[in-house]
Design a protein around this ligand. Structure first.
Ligand SMILES: Nc1ncnc2c1ncn2[C@@H]1O[C@H](COP(=O)(O)OP(=O)(O)O)[C@@H](O)[C@H]1O
Ligand SMILES: [Mg+2]
Length: 248
């Protein structure tokens, strides 16, 4: 699903060159749940942004589902992002002046989904993450965990093949963080490929594989023999499964 060869993202400023991603080779299979770990500044976010076609590599090869991201122009990158990828960020990135349904509709506006369909799909995804009672609430009226679940609903509306998350539990207490991990695990059980950056070892141990980075390079890749499980209420598990079954 994801394959990189000698992937590089260097930042040049004057005479200095920061090798944020420095010759990285990775292979992620469809249906994997991978955590990327490493100290602050080790290049995790930069790698994730390059994997997510939000940033261009300065060298090397990256392909997702056999599509060469490094060869795409900006328009092709944004189309690809919109169609094939879902993103979740530490700070949720919800728009404060829009209610949850409108926020969740945004990726479908870019995809030119007709407005009736947008609304019904947004509501379906919000219901799937347990926010069926919150359609018309604004982000400021919700807890951090609810905001992150709304952000996940938004990431799913175009039925992406791959979900990318940058420190998705970084702004949440550990109990709420585990609920979010539970959502990722449920999606992953239903076939979704998930790549999550985290610096929290306890969160990473819920993934099947941990890629450890240091100074822009891969220090070690670790198979997690028995990933910890974060279970969700049965009805959320079922509704997430239904959403995935429709999509893949
Ligand atoms: N836009 C940028 N311009 C210059 N340097 C950057 C930029 N983005 C990241 N870097 C540098 O790249 C390195 C990796 O950063 P980052 O990927 O954000 O690390 P992490 O997410 O692991 O904390 C850091 O040294 C950071 O300062
Ligand atoms: Mg980061």
């Amino acid at each position: 699903m994801i394959k990189t060869e000698q992937l590089q993202r260097y930042f040049h400023a004057g005479d200095t060159c920061v090798k944020a991603v420095d010759n990285i080779d990775i292979n992620i299979a469809p249906g994997e749940f991978v955590a990327i770990m490493g100290p602050s500044g080790s290049g995790k976010s930069t790698l994730l942004y390059v994997l997510g076609a939000m940033d261009k590599p300065t060298g090397g090869v990256i392909s997702i589902n056999s599509k060469r991201l490094d060869l795409m122009n900006d328009q092709e990158c944004s189309d690809f992002r919109n169609k094939a990828l879902g993103f979740v960020f530490q700070s949720f990135h919800l728009l404060p002046r829009m209610n949850l349904v409108r926020n969740t509709e945004i990726p479908m506006v870019y995809a030119q989904v007709p407005s009736e369909e947008r609304k019904s799909r947004a509501e379906k995804m919000l219901r799937a993450v347990g926010l069926g009672e919150r359609f018309h609430h604004y982000p400021t009226e919700l807890s951090g965990g609810q905001c992150q679940r709304a952000a996940i609903a938004r990431a799913l509306v175009n039925y992406p093949a791959l979900l990318l998350a940058d420190e998705p539990t970084g702004n949440l207490d550990s109990k709420t963080g585990l609920e979010i991990i539970g959502v990722f695990q449920a999606l992953n059980r239903s076939g979704m490929t998930v790549v999550m950056v985290t610096h929290d070892e306890n969160m990473a141990r819920h993934a099947g594989r941990i890629i450890r980075m240091k100074d822009g390079r891969i220090e070690r890749i670790e198979l997690v023999k028995e990933p910890l499980q974060s279970l969700l209420p049965a009805e959320i598990e079922t509704s997430l499964q239904e959403v995935c079954n429709e999509a893949y």
